[in-house]
Design a protein around this ligand. Structure first.
Ligand code: PMP
Length: 376
């Protein structure tokens, strides 16, 4: 492709150029980066506490929450949640399923607890395009938690703000899979009753290998987790050991810290959200203004993802789609063809994570407009 490349990959993906430079500079100082430090050395302890502190300040995480770094990715947390929040398999948990990732989280979760599903699948088409209302009727008051995914990476459905549970269900902790939208908008931790929020690192905050879990401290405690919960996934064990119960993903933790420093230097989370809105609006405007040449599956504009914009070209026409991919690649726009294992139609996807600069998204929007003019 061209010299200037914009990476629209759904993740793992490029970090902001300045962050990649900080990491590259670190390689030139052997012995000083977390690639070469014992996880128990004072130098790494400084890196770890810096990452935790910047995360807390950038994301406004209250002191009533613990910040954990574990292994196992989002999938690890799918299992860790019920194993930590349900003492045994007869405990109930409520899962909102409105896309492929919440479906996967629910499927893994139900191996460890009794799951009740609030299913948002369109009964006619089988597609996920909406987010259901959360009511007294669909949430069992005995649920140990209510689970949702705040950005469905594949389906392109995002909650721009977390919902609040109905008054009579406020005692239930909200559990959020924020793997693909964490650190792109503010979170009202206490106001929305967040109990646990987790994010795999490979979209907006770093690279795969470390997983961030933020847990409200009252949910920790020696006897709360299932006795079957492995130590590496046990929130209480990891919290008591200060994230050093076993060897953490040292380098990846350092990278998360660099990302948080960068966000702070850009003006903080409100500025990142402003850019996300600008990037996504540019693409959805082209799609909506294309007289049907481009299509996007989510009709409800308030739910359209700012992180992942799925779109098809001329109704999925193979020849035009391939032409679109080749020409955009030649102009330096890569990562648009995504090969998910979920089979959700012929959609391409432009992922607009924090590493994608506004100019990159505007360039794609312009290319799309030109392409539609020539071939529409
Ligand atoms: N949840 C969401 C919303 C995701 O986008 C992903 C990864 N694409 C996962 C969970 C799974 O994360 P991992 O591959 O790290 O297990």
């Amino acid at each position: 492709p061209a010299d200037e490349v914009t990476n629209f990959s759904p993740g793992p993906t490029s970090l902001p150029k300045a962050v990649e430079q900080v990491i590259a500079d670190g390689f030139n100082k052997p012995g000083l980066t977390s690639l070469a430090l014992s996880h128990r050395s004072p130098e790494f302890l400084d890196i770890l506490s810096h990452t935790v502190e910047t995360l807390r300040s950038v994301m406004n995480i209250p002191d009533t929450y613990e910040v954990l770094f574990t292994h196992g990715g989002g999938h690890g947390q799918f299992a860790a949640l019920p194993l930590n929040l349900c003492h045994d398999a007869s405990d109930v948990a409520t899962y909102v399923v409105n896309g492929t990732w919440s479906e996967r989280g629910r499927d893994e979760g139900q191996r460890y607890c009794r799951v009740q599903t609030i299913d948002a699948r369109d009964p006619q088409t089988g597609a996920y395009k909406s987010f259901p209302e959360l009511t007294e009727d669909n949430i069992d008051p005995d649920s140990k938690y209510v689970y949702l995914c705040s950005n469905e990476t594949v389906n392109g459905i995002e909650l721009h703000r977390l919902p609040k549970l109905p008054e009579s269900r406020k005692h239930i902790p909200l559990v959020v899979d924020a793997s693909s939208d964490f650190s792109t908008k503010p979170i009202d931790w206490e106001g929305c009753g967040v109990g646990v929020l987790f994010a795999c690192a490979s979209k907006n905050i770093g690279h795969p290998g470390v997983t961030l879990t933020v847990i409200r401290k009252d949910l920790l405690g020696k006897d709360k987790a299932s006795p079957l919960c492995p130590g590496v996934f046990n929130y209480t064990t990891n919290s008591e050991a200060g994230n050093l119960w076993n060897t953490p993903a040292t380098f990846n933790i350092e990278v998360v810290g660099h990302m948080m420093d960068w966000i702070a230097a850009q003006g903080g989370i409100d500025e990142i959200e402003r850019r996300s809105i600008e990037k996504a609006t540019a693409l959805y405007d082209v799609i909506d203004g294309s007289d049907g040449f481009y299509g996007t599956p989510v009709d409800e504009k308030a739910l359209r993802s700012r992180m992942n914009v799925p779109f098809n070209v001329a109704g999925g026409d193979e020849e035009l789609t391939n032409m679109f991919l080749i020409q955009s690649w030649e102009k330096g726009m890569i990562g648009l063809r995504t090969l998910t294992p979920f089979g959700v139609g012929d959609y391409l996807r432009a992922s607009l994570y924090t590493g994608v600069p506004v100019e990159g998204a505007l360039k794609l929007a312009e290319f799309m407009r030109d392409f539609a003019r020539k071939h529409g």
